[in-house]
Design a protein around this ligand. Structure first.
Ligand code: ADP
Length: 192
């Protein structure tokens, strides 16, 4: 199985690259942000609860997000593995993921981190906000809050996965195809 985490701050291009990689390697795609936005659109109890946090650019509580991933993990038996986008975002979430994979006799292949300078991230998110209709992309203040939370809560995962030799940093600046090429080369080198 090829089980990847696509890692990096908001706006770094995880969603764009995931779409290409899932086709290339025949993988399932689990994006917590998309699942949460879907739940909000359908006004499910989970969505109503999550919306308060998301609109402010804060993290949704671990328990909600972990439960959501766990329920979906077993739905993809016809695929070669999975790409996780936006999960885990905290150390407790990473611990839960380890437990989930272990109970399936499975493990992570790699954590691929896309790296883009801070100023470019802010520009990308503000631009996305013009067309995405996402409230968390609309305001500079919310964007800065999300990037700050990323540094405080999510970046510690860099060390967590480096210590397990699973962490790879990929330059996320350039054309979409160039970045895809870097990712695929790296992933393929791990499969030999
Ligand atoms: P981006 O990567 O651009 O920040 P996402 O669509 O991945 O956007 O996530 C949007 C929002 O959804 C986050 O700001 C957060 O509120 C919530 N969210 C997504 N994934 C998680 C997670 N693993 N844990 C907690 N909250 C999450």
């Amino acid at each position: 199985m090829i089980n990847l985490i696509l890692f990096g701050p908001p706006g770094v291009g995880k969603g764009t690259q995931s779409q290409i990689l899932i086709e290339h390697f025949n993988l399932a795609y689990l994006a917590t942000g998309d699942i949460l936005r879907n739940s909000i659109a359908n006004q499910t109890p989970l969505g109503i609860e999550a919306q308060k946090f998301m609109d402010r650019g804060e993290l949704v509580p671990d328990k909600i997000v972990t439960g959501m991933i766990e329920r979906r993990m077993n739905m993809f038996s016809d695929k070669n593995g999975i790409i996780l986008d936006g999960f885990p975002r905290t150390i407790p979430q990473a611990n839960s993921l380890d437990t989930m994979l272990k109970s399936r006799n499975d493990k992570l292949t790699a954590v691929m981190a896309l790296v883009v300078p801070y100023d470019e991230l802010v520009v990308r998110l503000l631009n996305r906000g013009k067309t995405s209709g996402r409230p968390d992309d609309a305001k500079m203040e919310t964007i800065k809050n999300r990037i700050k939370i990323y540094h405080d809560k999510t970046e510690p995962l860099t060390r967590y996965y480096s210590e397990q030799d699973l962490f790879f940093a990929i330059n996320g600046v350039g054309k979409v195809e160039e970045i895809t090429h870097r990712l695929i080369e790296n992933i393929e080198s791990l499969l030999i």
